[in-house]
Write a protein that binds this ligand. Structure first.
Ligand SMILES: [Zn+2]
Length: 56
């Protein structure tokens, strides 16, 4: 089991065993989407909004 900290709220996220770079994970605490930037050790950063354009 792998754990990483949410960059937004600091909550500890549990990553499944076969996560990979570029994967998007949701923080279950604050709901932000986080992108996996590295795996050894796990590095998360706030994901760019690729899927949805909120029409800024
Ligand atoms: Zn969070």
């Amino acid at each position: 089991m792998t754990e990483a900290d949410c960059v937004e709220c600091g909550a500890t996220l549990t990553l499944h065993d076969d996560y990979e770079i570029g994967e998007i994970v949701d923080c279950t605490t604050c709901g932000v989407e986080l992108e996996v930037l590295d795996t050894e050790p796990p590095v998360l950063d706030e994901a760019p909004e690729l899927a949805e354009d909120w029409g800024e």
